[in-house]
Design a protein around this ligand. Sequence first.
Ligand code: ADP
Length: 721
Amino acid sequence: MEKARRLLKEIYGYDSFRKGQEAIIEGIVEGHDTLAILPTGGGKSICYQIPALLLPGTTLVISPLISLMKDQVDSLRRVGVSAAFLNSSLSAGEYREVLRGAMQGEYKLLYIAPERLDAPMFQSLSEQLHIPLIAIDEAHCVSQWGHDFRPSYRQLAGWIGRMPNRPLVAAFTATATEEVADDIEAMLKLNEPRRFVTGFARPNLSLAVVSGVDKKRFLQRFLKEREQQSGIVYAATRKEVEQVCGMLQQMGIEAGKYHGGLSDTERAETQEKFRFDHIRVMVATNAFGMGIDKPNVRFVLHWQMPGDLESYYQEAGRAGRDGEESDCVLLFEPADMQVQRFLIEQGAGDAERKSIGMSKLHMMMNYSRTQRCLQQFIVDYFGESDVAACGKCSSCLDKSEAVDRTQEAKMALSCVGRMKGRFGVTMVAKVLKGSRDKRLLEFGLDRLSTYGLMRNLPEKEIADWLYWLVAEGYMRLSEGQYPTVSLTANALPVLEGKTAISQRVRAAVRQSGSEAASHASPLFEALKLWRREAAAAEGVPPFMIFFDATLRDIANAKPVTVDELLSVKGIGTAKAQKYGETIAAIVSEHASQDDRGTGGGYSASVPKPAPPSSTKLGAEQSELPSHLQSLELFQQGMEPAEIASHRGVGQVTVEGHIIRAAGEGNEVDWDRIIPSGQEALILAAIEKVGAEKLRPIKDELPSEVSYFAIHGVMAKHGMQG
Ligand code: ADP
């Protein structure tokens, strides 16, 4: 394993293996078939790339992800490993060329899309090549129990089974319940496989379910808080994709769209723009996914609830593959349940398939409504029960108090009771609203005593309220295309006044942490700018040069010699040689600017070549930024007024410093910012008037509540004014 570790450092620039990697690699190299279940971003590729380098011959990598293949092959070539791919993106000429090279054993790794393989080609590959290992990525596609079954995978399994000198087979996936894992082993006929499950938890993802908000306003604010971040918004229908994308473009956001109704060329173009960071937000249906693998997706926002938790976690999991803090937000309205239910009922599949679909949908619904840690909920679903609460999902952060809703529940339930199970949710909502709808009047429903009981609420809100009561089990919907609504036994105690009903309203989403961190460092910004230009010059996506995390590490470590550069995570020998001098130049330039005290005024273009990389420039440790100086004094126990007079600035400035520092993730004692008892008041005021402007919030509150406290609450709950 010494060799494996050396390759890890030399080629990838990493010092240590991640959980599971070493054991998986060791197992494969020792000759064991393997099934490895690693979460997205867990580092599967290294698990087959290193064995491929250690074993003689050409390793085949089967993957349905076309752009991932291209990225990996490009990345491998950049670090001097011979690799190639065969998929539909190649022209006939290129295809022949790669195949010719492959037959001559020119590649250590050959990536192949399963659709591109037919039996004769597979046979000639296996006859002419020495293939020590076949790595199968996204192996859940071989199982009919998974959520993304592909017949081409099943076919492949058959061919492998019939190979005369069957190579080792290593299967990889991120999503597999135990049932699916068993099925993968059986379908691929793995030979006494070693199974590794390193866990499904994704510690760098902050999961959130947000309901009861104006979705458009929420999205606008969410994106405003993440001005430089790249992300995906998933919507259920093409029409919604068009609408949301249009809305974002109107706001001046670089948004693109992706759905099944667009031509192949349009889709491919948009996808490339997204990969190259020319488009910041991709609005898409679930058609967008298998083809992408962009490591720096900072958020995935679902415009509504998908039909099952596997799909949700896979889509949400496209955030943060590079290991950086990322957000996954699900905007949930109870009516989403109806849409998904309709899709299942109308969809293909026999009764059994539909009933599996319905139970998966219920699980998804439970996720959307649970008050348990969301990360725990998901990993539990995949069979892992001993994971600690994540401490940063919307459930863990939920400090909101439940609101008593008994009165509204009684109104709704008694109305449903009076309508005797003959109407759907929409009609009940119209009755409660007091609508003059023609059909309503024809049925004489305006004569019901509950008619107009909730007339001061919008009809849509009433309908949502009714769906909520369904989800909570007080009412039920009938089967079929036009479900009617009726009461369940649980409704009775409520109507009799024996049970109270309360509801939590959750809207807070963590403030974007990495964004805050990036504001703090002009050097990081300068490195990003350089990367953008270098990427454009080389015609590759920026992440292929370096990930954000690597740039941030450089900005922190400020390396100016090759040795120092090599100690930064993510920089191997090849990249250090290629970019080392330029990076050292940028770092030095910043160091000297910091010395001159002109931080921030760096040049926007790629700097001149650096001095010889072994001469270390005298980069003094720059002084602590002003806001952190205030924070330090605050942490030492001084009050803002004292700090202000000590530093000779205004108190408001100092308070601003402390809030900014807190927003950047520095530890603060919130109790010193928010006097006891005020937090709930402030939250209630924000709930009422929104968090866009401060003045209306202040006006809602008693005069003793200060702006400092309001800002404090907003920073604590990740909201921005
Ligand atoms: P996935 O499991 O989703 O296929 P990848 O193989 O693409 O994940 O790896 C995700 C990211 O983690 C990549 O950027 C990869 O370079 C990085 N990575 C993998 N192994 C390590 C490691 N041992 N140390 C640090 N980063 C790693």
